[in-house]
Design a protein around this ligand. Sequence first.
Ligand code: ARG
Length: 484
Amino acid sequence: MSERAPRKLWGGRFREPLDPDILEYTSSFAVDRRLLRWDLAASIAHAKMLGTNGIIPAAEAQLIVDGLRRIAADAAAGRLEAAGPYEDVHSFIEATLYERIGAAAGRLHTARSRNDQVATAFRLCVKHETAALVGLIADLLVPMIDRAGGTVDIILPGFTHLQHAQPVRLAHHLLAYAAMLERDADRLMSAYRRADVLPLGSGALAGVSFPVDRDQVAGALGFSRISANSIDATGDRDFAVEAIFGVALLMTHLSRWAEEIVLWATDEFGFVRLTDPVSTGSSIMPQKQNPDPAELIRARSGRAVGNLGAMLVILKGLPAGYHRDLQEDKGLLFESIDVGASSLRAMRRLLEGIEFVEPRMAAAAARGLLTATEVADYLVRKGVPFREAHELAGRVVTEALDRGVQLWDLPLDVYRSISPLFEHDVLQAVTLEEAVEAKRTPGGTGRNSVDIQLESARNSIAAIRAWVREAESAMSRVESLLGA
Ligand code: ARG
């Protein structure tokens, strides 16, 4: 990089240079240099379109395209550092292009504003990042479903209000988190589709006065459609909000699960044991084994949720059109994406490093009269209205509590003293296995229902993977604009 001050994108109407502190304060380069390859790809598509439509001379369009490709190659090879006193990545690229190809560089910004330029690069980036995150969700779902498949026979207490509620299969419990993650993948796919609109050709806000071919640019950049309104296209950041929201909810789900792992790893629960590679020690208490990765997933969800609030607040005071406030979108989105990606990877390792402690789950399921609902259901099957059956079952529960026994150990004559409808088979109906198997409804905890859920989760993963492959191949076609 030369010693002289870099060429700026504006300056004609200014008599004095920008204060360096103000440049530093207003610059987004340290953050938006992550857009480098997307901005280069969009600029190449724009320059080609200008050339083929005779808006700039074809030879100069070619010079520009070649120059931008060399910048891409040098940056990728580490020969060009994206740093320096620039307002943003767009200024850096144009100044660097000037240094390399001279005056022809000045034609690149024909029929374009930084406002439609930044929206275009950012949308490409959001498509790429959301597709990658969806892939990481699938990477976590695979071992989740594998482990769920191996835990169909483990019965543990299901909880509501964090109190023992009804017995469930561990597989069923794990599948609940898988269902949340499948929806998270779907939400991020929808954020991808929202971002999949080309703003370029909108100019600063009003459109451009050259015969640009927006569809040609959209095709080259793999956008499905072009924006319908130039004021909206340059001022809209809904797509960023939706991506940030997708990550916030994903992180909220991971945080719920992480919190549960922290609880389950306590001596009080003891449902899981954390192996050495996924737990940490204490500097003072030699006996400790702490669930730090789960705690940090729980904590970092705070940033993902905070970024959503920050992005919405940035937008809420802005009248239509571009405002410099919008520049703050990128840091928030990038942080959210990075928190989501690293947390998905950590959760995957954590899951691999967890041992389920079946005897503790079995012991817990054998406490707490988990099958009291079966007592009521038993009477309902004999014709008693549920509310009345619930009342009678409550009395059975009281008897069991008084005697300190489980429902399957309560003598039959105690049952019969409460209702003569109870027969010997009630002692079978209140066992954990029978209670679980009685839940044969779709989505329930019965074996067949769980098998169907496993099958459907495997199909979802295959569908998610297919979607990611398609999105990634669309994005790699964009990157192919950058040359070999
Ligand atoms: N760096 C700006 C952003 O990220 C893009 C430049 C638009 N600036 C402007 N003054 N119109 O939003």
